[in-house]
Design a protein around this ligand. Structure first.
Ligand code: NAD
Length: 361
């Protein structure tokens, strides 16, 4: 069977966001812009995806107001300032973000400042495109806020745009998505629907990763990963996140660690920390991931796919553990298990060296 005939294809709604999912869906971009009553979009990307932004500009034709390819991780406010000045200069009446969470973050920051429509073409599995959450960085601190108006208006998932994502980025980005689903399973506001989305997401993400690992060109595997990413983003949008996300926001915002690789290293440790307080949620996550040994099994799974397992390799120094634990516990997110400075310091210490997770192994 032709791979592209077997990828998922649907339209849906996540909160206020219209979803268009499939292969070749980017061709509907101009129509989606018209649907939002917009005429001239500013196309955003990271420097590494400037060529793709140009291609998207070509798809939009006369509806392109300009391109801004300076998006970077953690949405620094000074980059948003520059983009906002350019947006005004070119007279754009909409924002089109093409890329991963970094580009979506810039799109959210611009749309929330200006009130303009925001359309996203995701190319990673970060899930930010369906959430009402925006994390911005200024003076070395990442501050997160949430508002329904931050949630983009339209998301066009086109699996073809994800085919160039390198294996390691695909893996870490998919584990970033898994983290949304895992924390949704023990969130205080969880419902049967969010539980179902979370487990479906974990099944799709883990299946997609296993298949892509052995067949790097598989469009079906990419489709499952993108589908899992959407569901994971929908979980993040529906319920609050806990200790794991707080740790990653601290390590990214205050220590400059890369977002998705940090999620990949920390998730098994955060699950192990929360396991005594949320054993059923951790067991449900492990079953959906098809790993036999809970958090230890997830760590082995990541290792078997050649993913990162220690923070030191990402540039985190053991000397910074105490300061990171202070910052992560100063204003903790709601969490099933009490968050103590000692507990978090121990978790970070083990994650820094990649110590094997014992637990139920
Ligand atoms: P990213 O957007 O920085 O992308 C990682 C790298 O991959 C970049 O260099 C990019 O140019 C490249 N890339 C992206 N797609 C590609 C493709 N298809 N082919 C080749 N290269 C490609 O990384 P990310 O992990 O997607 O996003 C991280 C950011 O998203 C962080 O700032 C994080 O805080 C934010 N985020 C926010 C939310 C939210 O709900 N607010 C959720 C998840 C992540």
């Amino acid at each position: 069977m032709n791979g592209k005939d077997s990828v998922r294809s649907f339209e849906s709604q996540t909160g206020r966001t219209r979803i268009v999912f499939g292969s070749g869906t980017v061709q509907g971009l101009a129509d989606e812009l018209t649907r939002l009553e917009a005429h001239h979009a500013l196309v955003l990307s990271t420097p590494g995806q400037a060529a793709l932004a140009h291609r998207i500009g070509d798809v939009l034709g006369g509806k392109t107001a300009g391109l801004f390819s300076e998006a970077v991780m953690h949405t620094p406010v000074d980059v948003t300032d520059r983009a906002a000045a350019y947006l005004q200069q070119v007279g754009a009446d909409a924002v089109v973000a093409v890329g991963g969470g970094s580009t979506t973050g810039l799109g959210k920051a611009l749309a929330s400042r200006t009130g303009l429509p925001h359309l996203v073409l995701p190319t990673t599995y970060a899930g930010s495109e369906v959430t009402p959450v925006l994390g911005e960085t200024a003076a070395g601190m990442k501050t997160t806020r949430s508002s329904p108006t931050i949630q983009p208006d339209t998301v066009i998932y086109d699996v073809d745009l994800t085919l160039t994502l390198p294996w390691l980025v695909s893996l870490t980005s998919a584990v970033n998505a898994m983290a949304h689903a895992v924390e949704a399973l023990y969130a205080a506001e969880r419902t049967e629907v969010s539980d179902q989305m979370a487990t479906d997401s974990l099944v799709a993400l883990s299946t997609g990763l296993r298949d892509l690992y052995v067949n790097r060109g598989s469009v079906e595997a990419r489709s499952e990963l993108l589908y899992g990413a959407w569901l994971a983003g929908a979980c993040l949008s529906a319920v609050g996140m806990g200790l794991h996300h707080k740790l990653c926001h601290t390590l990214g915002g205050s220590f400059g660690l890369p977002h998705a690789p940090t999620h990949t290293v920390v998730l098994p440790y955060a699950m192990a920390y929360n396991q005594p307080a949320a054993p059923a949620a951790v067991a449900a996550a492990a079953a959906a991931l098809d790993v036999a040994e809970g958090p230890a099994g997830l760590q082995s799974f990541i290792q078997s796919l050649e993913g990162p397992v220690d923070l030191a390799a990402l540039g985190f120094a053991i000397e910074d553990v105490a300061r990171a634990a202070d910052l992560a516990t100063a204003r903790p997110y709601p969490n099933p298990r009490e968050v103590t400075k000692e507990g978090v310091a121990q978790l970070l210490q083990r994650a820094t060296t990649g110590a094997p997770i014992e637990g139920d192994r």
